[in-house]
Write a protein of this length. Structure first.
Length: 420
């Protein structure tokens, strides 16, 4: 018969033996009535090696009949996946919380496969955002609704919210792949914490990010140059910081690539920097004459192999934001970040007619899509060439001298013609 609370309440214990009553709908699920009157839900099954086992689920009263039946279904499901329900308590105890699994993620994945700065960012996002909100939840209990609520709560900082979403997605992917360690070291590995294709971060739409494309036109570059020269004269800013700012503009390098630069990476003979490691792995940075001049004017310091030395012995400059703030204020460039010098380098290259693949190679971009932000600037030389060609054709069609005229002259001519 199908077990119900009414049927179980009517069961009478036998003084000389245990009584077993089996459910008619779920094979192996039943109750055991002991002589002392204690009633427990049980599950009887055969393992993959054909051995018969009987396992207690819970006492009647602790779980309802429906709850015990659902637990029996879960354990039978584990058996179908190759896990003996006798190990089920180990299986449950081995499921970590998000905070516990995050520690394993940092140790076994991030610190092994990611660069130190990326590891530091992951550690910061986990400590400040992910774990305070989700860390207490068991990793197999986190739902898509939980992730959506967390992501939505961070909408005021869309870039950070998207980074946390990507981080969580990787964590749950690893939770699907990595086996858990059972309570007993002598037992086999347990299956991953989550079922396959159960990543709750899938299909959650990221926030639209407003990427800053600030770059300096010629007039602002001139003001920056005046401010740097003045800073070199008055001596209030460390010479290494001034040299670093110049190199950032002349090379288009990332800030850390210049600050951590060592003399052994500088190849004066071939006019390049040979960086063994960057955000996109090893790369060669080609140097212009002004960049080489900046490097030539930097004095080497005994006991420190860094180009841009810091205050601590043997270390490189770490904090360049304060000197940059003074330079920026003197040049009236309040909204310009250090990274905008890299954008300026790239935009100048695009406006000079260099192709996007060439710009990507100069900047060390790993993906072509990263360079696409300069696509509209790369079109400027093409527009200029089109203007010149069009002017020649227009002059020829009008029976005039088809000599090449400037773009501005061509535009003024068409404007005058229209007004007539």
């Amino acid at each position: 018969m199908k077990l119900t609370k009414r049927i179980i309440d009517r069961l009478e214990p036998k003084a000389d033996r245990e009584i077993f009553v089996w459910d008619s709908e779920l094979r192996g699920f039943g109750v055991r009535v002991r002589p002392n009157g204690r009633i427990t839900f049980i599950l009887q099954y055969r393992t993959n090696d054909k051995r018969q086992r009987r396992r207690k689920i819970a006492d009647f009263g602790v779980l309802t009949v429906d709850e015990a039946r659902k637990e029996a279904v879960i354990q039978l499901g584990a058996l179908a996946r190759g896990v003996d329900p006798a190990l089920y308590s180990d299986l449950e105890q081995a499921i970590p919380t998000v905070a516990e699994f995050a520690k394993r993620y940092l140790k076994d994945h991030a610190e092994v496969h990611k660069k130190p700065r990326s590891v530091a960012e992951d550690r910061r996002n986990l400590a400040n955002h992910v774990c305070p909100a989700l860390g207490h939840l068991r990793i197999d209990a986190v739902t898509k609704a939980d992730i959506e609520k967390f992501h939505r709560s961070k909408r005021a900082a869309p870039i950070m919210a998207n980074r946390c979403l990507a981080l969580l997605s990787k964590i749950f992917s690893l939770a699907e792949e990595w086996p858990r360690q059972p309570k007993s070291k002598h037992r086999p590995e347990l299956p991953p914490a989550r079922a396959l294709d159960s990543n709750p971060c899938r299909k959650i739409k990221k926030f639209k990010e407003r990427k800053q494309h600030r770059f300096l036109p010629t007039q602002e570059i001139e003001r920056l140059g005046i401010a740097l020269t003045a800073a070199e004269t008055d001596g209030k800013i460390q010479p290494g910081a001034i040299a670093a700012i110049r190199l950032l503009l002349f090379t288009g390098c990332r800030r850390q690539e210049i600050l951590s630069l060592k003399w052994q990476y500088v190849d004066f003979d071939h006019a390049c920097l040979r960086l063994p490691e960057s955000k996109t792995d090893a790369k060669v940075v080609h140097l212009s004459a002004p960049a080489l001049e900046v490097l030539s004017n930097i004095q080497k310091v005994s006991g420190n192999d860094h180009v841009i030395i810091g205050q601590r012995r043997g270390a490189h400059l770490v904090n360049i934001q304060k000197p940059w703030g003074r330079i920026r204020e003197a040049a009236d460039l309040a909204d310009v970040r250090l990274h905008d010098l890299r954008h300026t380098y790239a935009s100048t290259a695009a406006a000079s007619g260099l192709s996007l693949p060439m710009i990507g190679a100069l900047l060390g971009h790993k993906h072509a899509s990263t360079t696409q932000r300069y696509a509209h600037l790369a079109d400027d030389p093409l527009h200029a060439a089109t203007e010149k060609i069009g002017d020649q054709f227009a002059a020829a069609l009008d029976g005039k001298d088809a000599s090449v005229v400037s773009i501005e002259e061509g535009r003024r001519g068409r404007s005058t013609s229209k007004s007539r």
